[in-house]
Each structure stands twice: as C-alpha cells, then as structure tokens.
Design a binder for this molecule. Structure first.
Ligand code: CDP
Length: 234
C-alpha cells in the first residue's frame, strides 16, 4: 500500500526532534547523550588506559574498543540482559564507523574504551549511539579529523524516508533499513548497512537523503560541544 503520509506527520526527508549534550558523566574522560525522538543513547569514554589481555596491545597505535548495549527496559518487550549477536555486531560497526577519524598513534600499547548504552529505544539506536560516541570522544579531547555523524534511512512501503521510528520499521512486513555514518567534512562514509530490499536507484536516493540529514545532525552535535565551553576563559 502507498505510504503517503508519515505516521507522526513528518516530511519524508525530516529527522525526528534531536537533542545532544556532552559532559554528562563526570567520572568518564568524555561523555555524551544523543536523542532522536524517543530513542536515547548515552556514551562514555575511558582511557587511554592499559589493554588486557596483553596480546591485544599494539605498539603502533592505541586500540579502540566500543561496547554497545540495549538496556533491558529500553524496549517495550524486556530485552534479556547481556551480550547478544546483535550487540556484538553493533559494537563492531560502531568501532569501524569511528576509527577512520581518530588518531590513536600517540597511544601505543594503550586502549580507548567507548561504552554506548541505549536507555530508550524507538529504532535507529546504532545511529544515535554512534552520534553519542563521536561526541563523547570529542569531549574526551581525542585527536579527531572530524566528528562522525550517523542516521538511518530506509523504505517504508513505497517511500524513501529518513530517521525511521519503530512504527515505521514494523510497518507491513517490515521496512528496509539503511543505517549510515559519515564524516561530513571529508564526505567519507564509514558505515553503510542495509536490512531489506531496495533498487540501486532507491539506495542512491536514500544515501543522498541521509547525507543531507547528516549535515543538520552535525549542527546539533557541534552546538552540544559549544554549549559545554560557553563562557570558558571569561
Ligand atoms: O536500533 P537499530 O535500528 O540500529 O537496530 P535494529 O536491530 O534494526 O533494531 C531496530 C529496533 O528494534 C530498535 O531500535 C528497537 O527499538 C527494537 N528492538 C527491540 O524492541 N528489542 C530488541 N531486542 C532489539 C531491538
């Protein structure tokens, strides 16, 4: 069936209301919250610190470790606590999304650990987690070429849409979901996954829509960093 109007009234290329804040966890080296609609992610960065077991230490550069977890009560149907295939996959793609902008060469033998927790889930959690993690790394003062900005785009019935919520993801037999992440400064895409079916033309349209959305999301991220340092040095 044609999907002519989005359930929550948004335009097809409109993201949900977004909010970001850095420095939310004083004990962490860096931390951030990123929210899109009802999806909320928090991220905390610890390190550089020792890496154990020692065989994982790299003399050439520091090791980035990302751990993603969806908390039990973040979803309507309680999620069994602990790691899963899904969380292992999302931890890995989070790491791969962030690594290209990070300079870890100063941290030989050491590790930087990023913990991403989804406290409330309404689809798009890996994108929200990556946005929070990038902010937390910047808040930790890590040397970075750029922030990483992430969004999920997809296809609901016959329409390409940006930032799907759970109602849209579950519509009919399930939407096609295409999470992506990029450096808006260099244009490099560091995450591109797809769950579902789209034609080549639709993928192109979706990615272009996602890239446009990332420019706006980046503004939300930058504002959050600026807000922390407002008034500093006065
Ligand atoms: O969250 P994301 O879209 O990146 O990944 P997903 O694996 O496609 O999950 C889609 C959504 O399903 C999540 O955002 C949650 O809202 C929901 N979900 C859930 O309700 N229970 C789970 N155990 C896993 C996901």
């Amino acid at each position: 069936m044609a999907y002519n109007k989005r359930f929550d009234g948004r335009k097809f290329d409109e993201v949900r209301e977004m909010e970001a804040k850095v420095g939310i966890i004083p004990r962490a080296e860096g931390s951030a919250m990123f929210r899109t609609g009802k999806t909320v992610a928090i991220a905390a960065v610890y390190g550089p610190r020792g890496v154990f077991p020692a065989f994982l230490q790299n003399p050439k550069e520091g090791r980035l470790k990302c751990v993603y977890d969806l908390l039990s009560f973040s979803v309507t149907e309680r999620k069994r606590p602990g790691p899963s295939r899904r969380s292992t996959e999302i931890s890995m793609v989070t790491e791969d999304s962030l690594k290209p902008v990070l300079d870890l060469t100063k941290f030989s033998y050491l590790g930087v650990d990023v913990y991403v927790y989804i406290t409330q889930a309404d689809a798009g959690t890996r994108a929200a987690g990556i946005n929070a993690a990038a902010l937390a790394l910047a808040d930790a003062g890590m040397s970075m070429k750029d922030l990483i900005t992430s969004i999920a785009v997809g296809k609901v019935s016959d329409k390409i849409v940006v930032d799907l919520d759970k109602d849209e993801e579950d519509h009919e037999d399930g939407a096609t979901d295409l999470p992506m992440a990029m450096s808006t400064r260099t244009g490099e895409i560091t995450l591109l996954q797809m769950d579902g079916n789209m034609t080549q033309k639709e993928i192109k349209e979706a990615v272009e829509m996602g890239m446009k959305a990332c420019l706006d999301i980046k503004k939300v991220q930058v504002e959050a960093l600026k807000a922390k340092y407002k008034g500093a040095g006065k």
